[in-house]
Design a protein around this ligand. Structure first.
Ligand SMILES: Cc1ncc(COP(=O)(O)O)c(C=O)c1O
Length: 190
């Protein structure tokens, strides 16, 4: 049985200003406990604990490490680092959700910006030395990260590659780029 409900979601994170994030004291639920690959509703207790801790500590979002101590993802988003002309994101084996926005961003980065994309384990300290960081998700879209654990990323400003990807993504999901119209399902008539 499938149940679908609708409500006004509003803005989940600020996609223009960027988010201040904190590495959580909570670990991402292990794929061998509750698969992190899917949006399993019960598993969101893990996200709720991390997000609440981050908000109560004065941050906008939490970044969870997996049980091996490597970066997994945000409480409701996948994560990307930019280093030079390269995008780096934790691979599927890192106990992450297989996000559709993550997949879309990888396609846009490779096809439109000719960026190299590396899917591999990411250590916490690599976040601190990244040129840019952003989060991806259906709700978060592409949200820049401007601070991690009180360390500024790109001087606390939204980076140029993040901006380019945001523009491409917003145009693609609004049907403004012909070659990505296949991603969309119209739900109304003109
Ligand atoms: C834990 C988690 N990771 C990543 C994502 C991003 O997935 P998607 O791009 O499919 O929305 C979500 C979205 O809800 C999520 O809850």
């Amino acid at each position: 049985t499938v149940a679908i409900y609708l409500y006004r979601f509003g803005r989940y994170l600020d996609t223009s200003k960027g988010a201040r994030v904190k590495v959580s004291s909570w670990r991402r639920n292990d794929d061998n406990s509750i698969p992190s690959r899917w949006k399993v509703s019960g598993a969101y207790v893990n996200s709720a604990l991390a997000k609440t801790e981050a908000l109560l500590s004065g941050y906008d979002e939490a970044i969870l490490l997996n049980q091996n101590g490597f970066v997994a993802e945000g409480s409701g988003e996948n994560i990307f680092l930019v280093r030079g002309r390269k995008l780096i994101t934790p691979s599927y084996s890192e106990h992450i959700l297989e996000g559709i926005t993550r997949a879309a961003v990888i396609k846009l980065a490779k096809n439109e910006l000719m960026l190299e994309v590396e899917e591999r384990p990411v250590a916490r300290s690599e976040l601190y030395v990244a040129d840019e960081i952003f989060l991806t998700g259906t709700a978060a879209e592409i949200t820049p990260v401007v601070e991690v654990d009180n360390r500024k990323i790109n001087g606390g400003e939204v980076g140029p590659i993040t901006k380019e990807l945001q523009e491409l993504y917003f145009n693609a999901v609004r049907g403004k780029i012909e070659r990505y119209k296949g991603w969309l399902t119209p739900v109304y008539e003109k």
